[in-house]
Design a protein around this ligand. Structure first.
Ligand code: DQA
Length: 147
């Protein structure tokens, strides 16, 4: 079984982009963390990033019937993309929305999310650890897991 982690625009710059806000861990560091935790729990990891809205939607279509769970940090598309919302609503497996920062303590335009209505849970403000918490939660939600 596989968990899918979907990262939206500008997250490829993690570690270099506003490090005071987003931390110094790079996206490769976040991927390594997710892979280690997924492996510990008995899952493969499919870790994706794109700066293009349509590519994110294509990724969702690609795995929507096979993934055991989604971790979604859609970056700024969180706040704008009805199209990503419409793609995610077709996914049967649980979705957990993650944000590195506490979006609710930031600018008002970050307070609304198109992902939240299709998410089982939202983790915001825990930095890269939020991805780990999300994967652990997905594993505990997965009734098909063998342990
Ligand atoms: C973010 C928060 C978004 O508002 C922002 O556009 C991002 C990153 C976060 O992880 O805190 O790109 O999703």
């Amino acid at each position: 079984p596989t968990f899918t982690v979907l990262n939206g625009p500008n997250l490829n710059l993690l570690g270099k982009r506003e490090p005071a806000l987003y931390g110094t861990a790079t996206l490769a560091d976040v991927e390594a963390l997710c892979a280690r935790v997924a492996d510990e729990l008995g899952y493969d990891l499919d870790f994706r990033q794109s700066n293009h809205e349509g590519d994110l939607i294509d990724f969702v279509h690609e795995v929507r019937e096979t993934t055991s769970g989604f971790v979604v940090n859609a970056g700024a598309y969180t706040h704008t993309s009805a199209a990503l919302h419409d793609a995610l609503i077709t996914v049967a497996a649980p979705i957990i929305e993650v944000h590195l920062t506490n979006v609710h303590a930031r600018e008002p335009f970050r307070h609304h999310s198109y992902v939240t209505p299709v998410a089982q849970a939202v983790i915001a403000g825990c930095g890269a650890s939020g991805y780990e918490f999300a994967i652990r939660r997905l594993a505990s939600l997965d009734i098909n897991r063998e342990i």
